[in-house]
Unconditional design. Structure first.
Length: 546
């Protein structure tokens, strides 16, 4: 029969359930079960849960969902197969995956990587990772294994596997480029970080360029390149056409025809010749000065496009970049009003600057000379965009009191320009067999790559910044990590959409990261630890990820 007994250990009383039996005529203890302190036994009998010694709360939903996508891609093994190292410590693929997951969920410097890691539930998959493994120096050392050639090889293999594993639609892909500012010191040597046209309007800082090709099927990156920030889009497009063709041959098997979409910033005769010689079909746009005669076509010759309410389109063929192309000129009333409003604002700013100068000259006790005033007026006018500066006529005269000038707006030129240019977009393609609506639809898909750039610049997730790397090799690896982060996040969004859970990327990551893991640690050995998740909303419970 079992009995209850009490024992004292280091001045504390503990209850045990014990049972004795006679074995070979001698009493022997055959069972002993620790029950805890007397108050613990009473709490158990009354149905009260034991008090935990400590509780650990960690981010769970986002990191676990993204890790499963990375597993399906075989990302770690793929990187390790290309970037080999000695069989000791964490592998290159492990370091890159952790950096990618961090870039998706909470972009931070490599110095803070271990702090972020310890706040997630990734220890389930990376139990052997120590704090010493995630120092910034260790991460940077392993980034050094990824040369330009290895990054290209990894991306090629990854793209092949990704297309097969997830069944991506590659009928249309979009290419475009942007740049990101960097805080790199002016005196630091770098071929990539250069001053040039800054799309983030930080012309005081050096910039790094990123070109990327994505699917129109959830904006999945298929190719990227990191290039000097002072190189314009057309130059970069020319330099990577062979790479795009190589990637095409990687992707085309089993996918049929692939149409490449790009905007007018990539245009040049040389570039178009390269596209014509490639296996890609294409849909692009033209600058207004590349087909000016089409702008003169009266609007009453623009038929309605039924598939797009409010859109009219004029379709014809023209010789563009040395070959006969199908050209579609679209007109959108909303775009007309928006462009007109923007031009009025810029014209008003020019008028205000001229008016301010005019008052300064009149009030000056020492009038400038004609040559001085011409220089000052020209400086103001040339700061305006080319069409706007042509709408303002200035006259400088020399009076007995000194030089003076007047200005007037050429309203006729303003309205003629608006009638011929505003609201219009010029598209061209080699798809002679496509309908006008198909051509417009394809070009409008260019928003997919702009969406990627927006994510990398404007959202708290997937952000290019912070970027604390001062060598070109590390900057290229940083760019690769950022592109991989976009890949995982958008594949995850695509998988949720396939479950009929259609979230924007921003909303999805916010929903997932609010799912946290709670680890309860109890002082007694019987209770041990208990793992649970925080309460989930009905929308979060719909996911099959958990």
């Amino acid at each position: 029969m079992a009995t209850l007994t009490k024992r004292r250990v280091k001045g504390h009383s503990y209850d045990y359930l014990v049972e004795s039996q006679r074995i070979n005529g001698q009493p022997r203890l055959v069972m002993q079960k620790y029950l805890g302190r007397a108050e613990d036994v009473v709490a158990q009998l009354e149905g009260k849960p034991p008090e935990p010694q400590r509780v650990r709360v960690a981010e769970y939903g986002g990191s676990q969902a993204l890790f499963r996508i990375a597993e399906r891609l075989g990302l770690v093994d793929l990187i390790d197969a290309v970037a080999t190292q000695r069989d000791q410590g964490l592998s290159v693929g492990t370091y890159i995956l952790l950096a990618v997951l961090n870039r998706v969920l909470a972009p931070c410097s490599k110095v803070k990587l271990v702090q972020w890691f310890r706040g997630t539930a990734l220890y389930h998959q990376f139990a052997a990772v120590r704090d010493a493994d995630l120092t910034s120096q260790r991460v940077w050392d392993h980034m050094g294994y990824l040369t330009v050639e290895r990054i290209r090889e990894i991306e090629t293999r990854l793209t092949q596997h990704m297309v097969q594993e997830f069944g991506l639609d590659l009928s249309t892909v979009v290419y475009d480029a942007t740049n990101f500012y960097t805080w790199m010191n002016t005196n630091t040597a770098s071929e990539l970080a250069q001053r040039g046209h800054q799309k983030q309007h930080r012309n005081d800082l050096r910039a790094i360029g990123l070109g990327i090709m994505v699917t129109t099927d959830f904006n999945i990156p298929l190719f990227h390149t990191v290039y000097p920030g002072n190189r314009n889009d057309a130059q970069e497009f020319h330099s990577i056409t062979e790479d795009l063709v190589e990637r095409y041959h990687t992707l085309r098997e089993g996918c049929g025809e692939v149409t490449l979409i790009y905007d007018k910033g990539n245009n040049s005769k040389t570039n178009q010749t390269a596209v014509d010689a490639s296996p890609f079909s294409f849909v692009g746009s033209l600058k207004t000065n590349q087909a000016p005669e089409l702008l003169e076509v009266p609007r009453d010759q623009y038929p309605v496009v039924p598939e797009f309410p409010g859109l009219n389109a004029y379709r014809t063929t023209r010789s563009v970049f040395g070959a006969e192309r199908t050209v579609v000129v679209t007109y959108n009333e909303a775009l007309y009003l928006g462009q007109g409003q923007g031009e009025w604002v810029r014209l008003r700013k020019l008028q205000e600057r001229l008016h301010t100068l005019q008052k300064q000259v009149v009030r000056s006790t020492r009038r400038p000379t004609v040559a001085q005033l011409e220089q000052r007026v020209a400086k103001i006018v040339t700061q305006a965009a080319p069409p706007i500066r042509s709408w303002v006529k200035t006259t400088i005269v020399d009076t007995s009191e000194g030089a003076m000038f007047t200005y007037a707006i050429d309203h006729q030129a303003f309205h003629v320009w608006g009638d011929t240019h505003w609201g219009k977009t010029l598209l061209f393609t080699d798809h002679d067999d496509w309908s006008t609506a198909d051509i417009v639809t394809a070009y409008r898909d260019a928003w997919h790559v702009e969406h990627v750039f927006r994510d990398m610049k404007c959202t708290p997730w997937l952000h290019w910044q912070p970027q604390f790397h001062w060598t070109d090799d590390k900057i290229r690896v940083h760019g690769f990590i950022c592109v991989l982060a976009v890949t995982l996040a958008h594949l995850l969004q695509r998988e949720y959409a396939r479950q009929d859970l259609k979230f924007s990327g921003d909303v999805l990551l916010r929903e997932l990261t609010t799912i946290e893991e709670v680890l309860w640690v109890y002082p007694d050995k019987n209770s041990g630890t208990h793992l649970t998740l925080t309460e989930r909303s009905p929308r979060q419970q719909q996911s099959s990820m958990f």
